[in-house]
Design a binder for this molecule. Structure first.
Ligand SMILES: O=C(O)CCC(=O)C(=O)O
Ligand SMILES: [Fe+2]
Length: 147
């Protein structure tokens, strides 16, 4: 990371083949590890697309969160397919439709795969809210294709 340091309410790493600008942060890529490559291959098989990078988020406990956002950076293209793998503690993941305000809630458990595709990033925002419930650590991996 360079330019400026911004405190994030979780820890993040970016792996893959390209520099990524995310929420105004430019992240220099780390190298792939054999484990990440194996998980990437499994996600590619299920979602039938190829990925060239992954954003890893570590939620250290219930106070760590991800605010409402869309993954709609131009380098992801118009209808990005994003494969999201959860490991460790389960957390609530909420999708909210930007016009109708309809909400869809998922409890993302360890080992689960959530695939966002089609108009998800155009029409919906998503978040992982804070919770006061005691929570252990959770790692979430979002595999992406940077064009
Ligand atoms: O932790 C999650 O389940 C969501 C992560 C996410 O939305 C992102 O990395 O853009
Ligand atoms: Fe996201």
């Amino acid at each position: 990371m360079f330019g400026r340091d911004v405190l994030q309410p979780r820890l993040q790493a970016w792996c893959g083949d390209a520099v990524y600008t995310y929420s105004g942060l430019t992240m220099e890529p780390q190298s792939w590890t054999p484990t990440l490559l194996a998980i990437k291959a499994a996600c590619e098989k299920v979602s039938e697309v190829r990925f060239n990078s992954v954003l890893a988020n570590l939620y250290r406990g219930g106070q760590d969160y991800m605010g409402w956002h869309r993954d709609n950076e131009p380098e992801l293209g118009v209808q990005p397919v994003i494969a999201s793998v959860s490991l460790g503690e389960s957390r609530r993941f909420i999708l909210k439709h930007m016009e109708t305000k309809q909400k869809l809630e998922f409890n993302l458990e360890s080992g689960s795969l959530l695939v966002m595709a089609g108009n998800t990033q155009q029409c919906w925002v998503h978040s992982v809210p804070k919770t006061r419930k005691p929570k252990a650590g959770r790692i979430n991996l979002t595999f992406r294709l940077i064009l």
